[in-house]
Design a protein around this ligand. Structure first.
Ligand SMILES: NC(=O)c1ccc[n+]([C@@H]2O[C@H](COP(=O)([O-])OP(=O)(O)OC[C@H]3O[C@@H](n4cnc5c(N)ncnc54)[C@H](O)[C@@H]3O)[C@@H](O)[C@H]2O)c1
Length: 350
């Protein structure tokens, strides 16, 4: 298969898991020999067909280093899972803009190297798809890299909760440029939002009437620190809307991120509480905790999104691609129930 040439914006924990996953699965020949992916082959594309050809960050410990080394630099704290071979991709210095908040300024050391010309370097690397893995508070910076992707003729994947794919004006611009766009806010493989929605759906299908439910989480990655200061509200809105869409009726729903606990490192602990009534109005209650490591939780879904975006590019599909957005993101241009989104995606990838 031809390689899928991607550029990474933000060499943080998610990028680390993605690059480590590319190494980990590169020699994997059959589904039964490797676990952890929803698709080893997706429309014929294997993870080893994904090639990172450019990367951008602003931290002095990452800029100027080979990607294989940059992903293991602090403040990244997702675990090292494999040794990564030299990639020959040197991390470029990007534009800082609003990439850092007051809290993350304490842990990210901004490089004093000059900024690279992003459009030129994207074109030189022949990148086809830009994957935006910036902190969630980087609103202006996310828009800036979306502009650079448009100017360089690249598709754009927005893993952050900033509204790009779900913003009509951006979707129209990508459609006019005949480029695919996917987002916003990636869904995890075993994420709190998916688990919560699945539980609510199961309960409501069995006749339970949910009256109130909440989902709260704490984490120790830099992203949780940024959330604490800058994106608690947007994350609460996105997650709550997504969870509400799992119920066929209105209930009191709160879903959000609560705090940063540094010693958790890249772990995320999510708590769920569900209250409802079932037969003869008898009350029931569920109290659950899910513990995951955050960045690897994004890996399988990112692999699917990148390969599906390649298919979209090859078919000259343009603008926000709903089957990809609805399957893999919490805030797609239109909320689609879980099973319908999975069916749409399966039909899309063929
Ligand atoms: N499971 C998951 O990890 C998951 C799930 C859904 C969504 N997301 C989203 O993915 C994004 C990335 O998450 P993460 O945990 O990797 O975050 P992170 O904080 O570990 O990484 C962000 C990286 O971006 C860099 N950066 C900051 N400003 C920049 C700029 N202007 N230009 C270039 N680089 C810049 C930082 O130095 C850092 O290396 C977040 O928006 C998060 O909400 C992650």
């Amino acid at each position: 298969m031809p390689s899928i040439r991607i550029a990474l914006v933000g060499v943080g924990n998610c990028a680390s898991a993605l690059v480590q996953g590319l190494q980990y699965y590169s020699g994997c020949g059959s589904e039964k020999d490797c676990v952890g992916l929803s698709h080893l082959f997706l429309s014929g594309f294997h993870p080893k067909d994904i090639e990172v050809v450019a990367a951008y960050d602003i931290d002095s410990r990452k800029v100027g280093k080979d990607l294989s080394e940059a992903i293991f630099q602090e403040p990244n704290n997702t675990p090292k899972l494999v040794d990564v071979a030299l990639t020959n991709v040197v991390v470029h210095k990007g534009s800082v803009l609003d990439g850092l908040g007051e809290y993350t300024k304490r842990v990210v050391h901004v490089s004093d190297r000059p900024e690279e010309n992003v459009v030129r370097t994207l074109k030189e690397s022949e990148a086809e798809i830009v994957v935006n893995l910036l902190p969630s508070g980087a609103v202006e910076a996310s828009r800036y890299y979306a502009e650079q992707a448009l100017a360089a003729g690249c598709g754009f994947v927005n893993a952050t909760p900033n509204f790009i794919a779900s913003d009509e004006a951006w979707a129209r611009r990508f459609a006019m440029a005949e480029l695919p766009l996917a987002g916003d806010d990636l869904i995890d493989q075993v994420g709190a939002t998916t688990l919560h929605k699945t539980l609510l759906r199961l309960l409501s299908m069995n006749g339970v009437h949910i009256t109130q439910t909440y989902q709260l989480d704490v984490g120790g990655g830099t992203e949780s620190l940024d959330t604490l200061e800058r994106t608690k509200d947007i994350k609460r809105t996105v997650k709550t809307e997504s969870v509400e869409s799992a119920l066929p009726y209105k209930a009191e729903v709160v879903a959000g991120s609560t705090d940063y606990v540094d010693f958790l490192q890249n772990r995320r602990d999510s708590y769920f509480w569900i209250r409802g009534v079932h037969f003869c109005n008898v009350p029931m209650q569920i109290d659950l905790k899910l513990s995951t490591i955050d960045a690897p939780n994004a890996g399988s879904v990112l692999f699917d999104v990148i390969r599906a975006m390649k298919i979209a590019r090859d078919r000259q599909e343009k603008g926000a691609i709903l089957p990809i957005c609805a399957y893999a993101f919490k805030h797609p241009p239109k909320q689609v129930p879980l099973e319908a989104a999975e069916k749409m995606f399966a039909e899309f990838i063929g």
